[in-house]
Each structure stands twice: as C-alpha cells, then as structure tokens.
Design a protein around this ligand. Structure first.
Ligand SMILES: Nc1nc2c(c(=O)[nH]1)N[C@H]1C(S)=C(S)[C@@H](COP(=O)(O)OP(=O)(O)OC[C@H]3O[C@@H](n4cnc5c(=O)[nH]c(N)nc54)[C@H](O)[C@@H]3O)O[C@H]1N2
Ligand SMILES: Nc1nc2c(c(=O)[nH]1)N[C@H]1C(S)=C(S)[C@@H](COP(=O)(O)OP(=O)(O)OC[C@H]3O[C@@H](n4cnc5c(=O)[nH]c(N)nc54)[C@H](O)[C@@H]3O)O[C@H]1N2
Ligand code: SF4
Ligand SMILES: [Mo]
Length: 700
C-alpha cells in the first residue's frame, strides 16, 4: 500500500497508544514514534513495539483449515465457509436458533463487534451471544450504571490525572499493564498530589505510591466501607453536595457505619492508622479520584465493591467535579467500544437495552427487520461456555481464547470439545482454534481500517498501513459471506466505513451516541469522545456543525433522569470460597508486562518470550520456608477444580497468605485450571481474583 508512515494505534490494550507504521522493503513493518497522540506521546511498551512480529506468516494462520479425519487441514475459503454455514444451519434446524452460540471479544473493532451482534440476532436469530468483556470490566460497568446512569470507563481524559489532589488506584498494576500511562501518575506526584495503591502485592505500581495498602484478596468491599465509615466519623461528608447531587445517602451511610475500622482491619489486614491516613490524603485536597481495575472488580461481589468505592467518592463530593471522580481502567484494545454496540447478551448498539421496546424498535428499523424478530437477552459468558454441548450445540467464536482465559478452564475445554460444531476466526492458531472444526484466518490491525474506543471513551481510527497477505480475509468479509450463505444477502457490508455509518444511525439517541462521529473527523482529530450526538443525515458528508464530543462527563448532571447520582447501600461479604484446612492459601491471578491475555499473540513474539518465558507461582518467603521450597522449584497449586504446576518465585512483596499466578499460558501452568467460576449476581463476573488453594512441592 502506501510507502510513507501511516498513523494508527496499537493492537493490544485499552490505552490504544498511537504509533506510526511504515512498510519496509523486505515486507515487514516498522513501528515509529507518533508523538502527537496525547495518551502516550510516542511512548510504547514492548508489546506495542513488537506487535508487527505477529503479522509474519511464520506465526500466523495463512489458510482456512477444516477438520478432516481428526486433524485440521488446509482448505479453500469456499469449502470452509460452506462448512460453517452447514454446521450452523444444521444446528438451527435440529435444535432451534438458540442452540447456535456466538462468542466475541473486546479486542474487536466497533465495526466488528456491531456486526457480530447483528449477525447473531438477524442471521442466526439466537439470543446466545456474549463476549470476553464479561470477564473484564463488567462489574465496573454495572456499578457505574447504577450510580451514574451511564457506563463510560473514565469520565475524564487521562490528562486530568496530574491535576488531581489524590488518586486511589485500586487493584491496578498499570506500570505493567499500561506502562505509558504511569507518566500521568508520576506527574500527579510531581505536582504535589498523592498516589495511594491498593494491592495485595507490592507491584511495580505500588512501588510508585505514597501509600500502599495491602489487603487480603477479595476484601476491597470492606476496605471501601471502612473508609466511608471514617469519612462520616471524622465529619468529612460534603453535606451540600450530597443534598444537591445525590440520592440514597441515608441507607448507604447506615450500611457503612456497621463497618468499624477495627472490624475492617480484621477482615482486610489493613491497619487502622493506614485507613485514617488514606481518608486524610483523599479528603484534604480540593479534588480526588478513585480508579479501579481488575483487582477489586474480578470478584463475585465486584459490582458491590465498585458501588462502595463510588459511595466514597459521592459522600466526599468527588464525582462530577473537575479533576475528581470515579473511573474504571478498562483493559482490552476496544474494551470500551466492545461493550457498547451489541455483542453483549443483553444489549443493542449505542448501549441500548435489548429488553427495552423503544430500543428494539429503533435498532430494528435501522436493520430493516421486524422488532418482534429480535431475540431477547441471552446468557453471560461463563454461563454460555458452561452450556456448550448441552443446550448450545454450535459456536462461532471471534476474538477470544477461552481455553486459556476462562475460569475453570479444564471444564470449559471439555464443554468446547463436546460441541457438535465449532468455528473460530483468528489471526493465529490459538489453543481454542486448535479445537475447531473450521478455522478462518483473518486480517489484523495493521492490515485493516476500523475504530476502537479507548479507556477514556475516546473513539479512534485505526488505519490500514499494509496490504494483507493473499488468502486472508477480514472478519467483516467472513460475516458477509456467512450471512449470504445463510440467506441474508443485504446488511452485512465489508467496508468498515459503511458499517460505521450504520452504527452511527443505530447508536443515535442511545447512551453511547456515536452519531456525530465520522471517519473524516477521526482522521483529522485525535479521536472524539462519546457521547457525540448530532442528527445523522442520510449522506455522510458535511462535517460542519457537528457536536464536539464529550471529554468530561457529569460536570453539570449525572445521567439518571433527575440528574442525580445514586448511592447504593452495600455491605461486606466474604469471597465465594474461603480458605479452610484442606485449601488454606488464597490464589490471585493477573498479568505480567511482556505477555498479553491468553498469550495467543504475544507468546508468538521471541523478544516477549525471552522476557516472560512461562508461568510462575509468586509466594512469600515465609510460605516458601513452610513448604521447604526454594526459588525456581516446581510447585503444585491445587484447588477444587484442578492442579497447576509452575516454578516458585519468592518475594517479600506479597502477603504471606496469598500466592499469585499470571494467566497467560496453557498446559500444566495454566492458572485458570484453578480459578473459581463463582459469578457476581449482577455483572456475572467470575471470581478470578480469589479462590482457595493448597500449595505443594513437586518431586523432580
Ligand atoms: N501486559 C499486559 N497488559 C495488559 C493486559 C495483559 O494481559 N498484559 N491485559 C489488558 C486487559 S484486558 C486488562 S483487563 C488490563 C488489566 O489490568 P490490571 O487490572 O492492572 O491487571 P491485573 O494484573 O489483572 O490486576 C491488577 C492487580 O490486581 C491485584 N489484585 C489481585 N487480587 C486483588 C484484590 O482482591 N484486590 C485488589 N485491590 N487487588 C488485587 C493484582 O495483584 C494485580 O497487581 O490490562 C490490560 N493490559
Ligand atoms: N485467571 C484470570 N483469567 C482471566 C483474567 C485474569 O485477570 N485472571 N482476566 C480476564 C480478562 S480481563 C480478559 S479481557 C480475558 C481475555 O482473554 P481472551 O478473551 O482469551 O483474550 P485474548 O488472549 O486477547 O484473545 C483474543 C484472541 O483473538 C485473536 N484476535 C485478535 N484480534 C482479532 C481480530 O481482529 N479478529 C479475530 N477474529 N481474532 C482476533 C487473538 O489472536 C486471540 O487468539 O481474560 C480473562 N481471564
Ligand atoms: S501500553 Fe497498551 S496500547 Fe500502549 S503499546 Fe503497550 S500494549 Fe500497546
Ligand atoms: Mo480485560
């Protein structure tokens, strides 16, 4: 394609760092600095810098594969697509439309996520669609919805962080998970603000903090309630703000008052003086923020936990004011946009509700179908995976590798193997793709155009920089071809801009309104923040008089009809599986800087494998001594769901009652063999961050 540099964005995390790509004469692509993008100002982590390695035919899929005599063999596109259409049709005829499942991903562009949701409802007529974002930020989304009436991860740009007086960062290791964003927190401290980190481990992020609280995993709810108790007891409630901008304080206050500091210290292990110091640092400056990530959210009470942290912000008048507020650090490349346009079980585009008659009517009109033909809400991600092979007989999977990343993964793997038919679209032969009946090789970030919405709610344009190899097609082309084969000839365009134009209309008037955003604007501006509501004209021309977008939400009013935020009265409860004599230790899980998610992409990059070659069990020297384990010794970690083995990594920077495993690998070190699929009752988020295990040394 072009020989000059194309400005675009990283394929991986929700920061969506800007970068320039230039095709080299040898067919590879060079990454260079793109300093004009304000989120990363040219800085990239190792994953972003090495992302072009996954474009190489050495590691990627180069042809469709179909299962024949038990093995996957190369096939033509027509053969492969016909097989998928046949597999899905047969299931539909024999078992009904809801026996076809669809599983998507928060890494898919807005155009793909939108089309996948439409494909499920219009072509397959199934309610059984959900996606991996359920495992990611769904608890924060649910908590944000309840309190503010709207879910956008951050209600302000990252650039606001250095101007705040104090930030409490709860269960985020952004020094490893979003390295270029650390700059905002360094600047916060340079400006005299304080950084408080809440994490059971002394992470690279915690090392930067003025104060590090080290709670027992799964106790953030008690911690936040204890802080709110102290806010009340010390007379630090912003009474006027509470009166004018909120509803529900009395009940929330009463619930918090039952959480005495000494009681909270017993539950969390955080000493009372640290609780008091946190309250002082948070309340004294004019502005303050609470930011949560997966630590407190990936719990079977993640939604209530988020509510408790939001209550703390509301009681102190720290939401909907400059440089103040609650935010969630969304994780995947399109974790924000991916949760807005209909690949979620209960959702229609524009963050509309599938069970809302007006929403159904609006979207059905855009899609040219009868509103009554749209199925109702389906199951959440884990429940969907758990139903494979029973009610759900066939699955179309795009943008996830659940055999590695789902909780209780050995069981999920069994469920997947018991399907009548599995089709996977991927760029590489992931562990899940390896189980499929048909695998389709698709184009990647650098080879296609599309939009993503980063963790700030900033809609961005990823531009095509190179021509895809022969024999590779885009996800949009796949859905177009399948729709056609399944009898829907119109409505599945392959041009991303055409899809985006339809998405604009479908989202118009909804909470996540993109109708004022065009590709032309995105190419000229450094992204546009939603909501961006402008009446959509039939012709996508004429960008004048468009809405400027909304970088900062809630400054005048919250999104509930009365403009007020809602307190949610919550009380502490334990983790779903408390340690006992048989399983006395807590396991928590998470990430390392050099690997991404299930590792499907980053485990194919030599430089990243050299930096992070495999799984490990992080444990405290006291626990290691008790086990008689030395650094590097293989340890077996056993839970009620299975057993995983990985070398010991001994560090004083973890609580002695807790072990940590990263979840990026398959095989005997797979952390998710152990994790507990206990679900949050509201968000249906599994408890990735706490389960009971036994740790043993292994002979040899
Ligand atoms: N390198 C890298 N970067 C990534 C990703 C990746 O896979 N690799 N994935 C992206 C995605 S999708 C996401 S969602 C984000 C996730 O980003 P983060 O949320 O920062 O990542 P995690 O490592 O899952 O969890 C963060 C921290 O939570 C702590 N923690 C564990 N249990 C608890 C608890 O009970 N309470 C509290 N307060 N903390 C706890 C862990 O010790 C860990 O340090 O990262 C994104 N960026
Ligand atoms: N124990 C434990 N487990 C966890 C977590 C944890 O903290 N602890 N975190 C959870 C979280 S937050 C998340 S987000 C999930 C993520 O876990 P997964 O859903 O498994 O995410 P990825 O590994 O990013 O999988 C994406 C897959 O899609 C492919 N892909 C990439 N781009 C495209 C595309 O454009 N089209 C198609 N068709 N395919 C593409 C990639 O090659 C890869 O195989 O893991 C969850 N699992
Ligand atoms: S921080 Fe995230 S978006 Fe930025 S380069 Fe690294 S993986 Fe890519
Ligand atoms: Mo995530």
């Amino acid at each position: 394609m072009q020989n000059s540099a194309t400005p675009t964005h990283c394929p991986y995390c929700a920061l969506q760092c800007g970068m320039n790509l230039t095709p080299a004469p040898d067919g590879t692509v060079e990454v260079s600095e793109r300093a004009d993008f304000p989120v990363n100002r040219g800085a990239l982590c190792g994953k972003g810098r090495t992302a072009p390695a996954v474009l190489s035919s050495r590691v990627r899929l180069t042809s469709p594969l179909v299962r024949s005599g038990g093995t996957l063999v190369p096939a033509t596109w027509d053969e492969a697509l016909d097989r998928i259409a046949e597999g899905l049709s047969r299931t539909r005829t024999e078992h009904g439309p809801d026996a076809c499942g669809v599983f998507g991903g928060g890494g898919l562009t807005n155009e793909k996520a939108y089309t996948l949701g439409k494909f499920a409802r219009v072509v397959l007529g199934t309610s059984q669609i959900d996606y991996n974002g359920r495992f990611c930020m769904s608890s924060a989304a649910a908590g944000g919805m309840k309190a503010f009436g709207l879910d956008r991860g951050l209600p302000f740009p990252l650039e606001d962080i250095p101007k705040s007086g104090c930030v409490i960062l709860v269960g985020s290791n952004l020094a490893e998970t979003m390295p270029p964003s650390l700059r905002f927190f360094t600047e916060l401290r340079e400006n005299g603000g304080t950084l408080i980190v809440v994490d059971p481990r002394r992470t690279k992020t915690a090392e930067q903090a003025d104060l590090h609280l080290m709670p027992r995993p799964g106790t953030d709810l008690a911690l936040a309630l204890g802080l709110l108790h102290l806010v009340v007891a010390e007379g630090r409630v912003d009474e006027e703000y509470v009166r004018e901008r909120t509803v529900g304080w009395e009940d929330a206050r009463a619930a918090a008052m039952a959480h005495w500091p000494e009681y909270v210290e017993r539950i969390t292990g955080v000493p009372v003086p640290q609780l008091r110091e946190t309250v002082r640092l948070f309340c004294e400056p004019e502005s303050a923020m609470v930011l949560t990530a997966r630590g407190p959210e990936q719990q079977s009470k993640g939604t209530d936990t988020v509510s408790a942290w939001i209550n703390l912000c509301l009681a102190t008048g720290r939401a909907g004011r400059p440089y103040s507020g609650y935010g969630c650090l969304t994780g995947q490349g399109n974790g924000q946009g991916g949760r807005e346009h209909g690949q979620k079980a209960d959702q229609l585009p524009g963050y509309r509700k599938l069970d809302d008659p007006a929403a159904r009517a609006h979207v059905a009109e855009v899609w040219g179908v009868d509103p009554d033909s749209l199925p109702g809400p389906g199951r959440s991600a884990y429940e969907l995976l758990d139903a494979l092979g029973t009610d759900i007989r066939s699955l179309l999977l795009m943008g996830s590798n659940p055999v590695v990343s789902a909780p209780r993964a050995a069981h999920v793997e069994e469920r997947i193997k018991s399907l009548d038919f599995l089709a996977v679209c991927d760029v590489v032969l992931s562990e899940t793709a390896a189980l499929a009946d048909v695998v389709l090789p698709v184009t990647q970030w650098a080879e296609e155009t599309g939009t993503t919405t980063n963790l700030e709610g900033r809609v961005l344009l990823r531009r095509q920089a190179i021509t895809p190899p022969d024999g590779i097609r885009s996800d949009l082309e796949v859905m177009h071809e399948l729709a056609d084969r399944l009898g829907v000839e119109k409505g599945f365009p392959t041009d991303p801009e055409e899809v985006f134009e339809e998405l604009r209309r479908a989202s118009a008037g909804g909470p996540a309104d993109y109708s004022g955003i065009t590709y032309r604007r995105l190419a000229e501006e450094n992204g546009v923040f939603w909501p961006c509501p402008t009446p959509v004209r039939d012709v996508p021309a004429g960008d004048d008089d468009l809405h400027p977008g909304t970088p900062r939400l809630f400054l005048d009013r919250f999104a509930h009809p009365d403009g007020r935020a809602r307190f949610v009265a919550v009380s502490h409860r334990g983790i779903a599986e408390e340690p006992d004599e048989e399983y006395p230790v807590l396991l928590t899980t998470g990430r390392v800087v050099a690997q991404y998610q299930s590792g499907a992409q980053t485990r194919r990059v030599d430089e990243l494998n050299a930096a992070a070659p495999g799984p490990f069990v992080e444990l405290h020297p006291r626990l290691a001594e008790r086990l008689g384990a030395a650094e590097g010794d293989p340890l077996a970690v056993v839970s009620r769901r299975g057993r995983a083995v990985a070398p010991a990594r001994i560090t004083p920077g973890i609580r002695p009652d807790t072990v940590f495993m990263p979840f990026h690998w398959y095989g005997e070190g797979r952390a998710n063999t152990l994790t507990n699929p206990a679900l949050d009752p509201t968000s249906r988020m599994p408890e990735f961050k706490a389960c009971a295990v036994r740790v043993e040394t292994v002979e040899g």
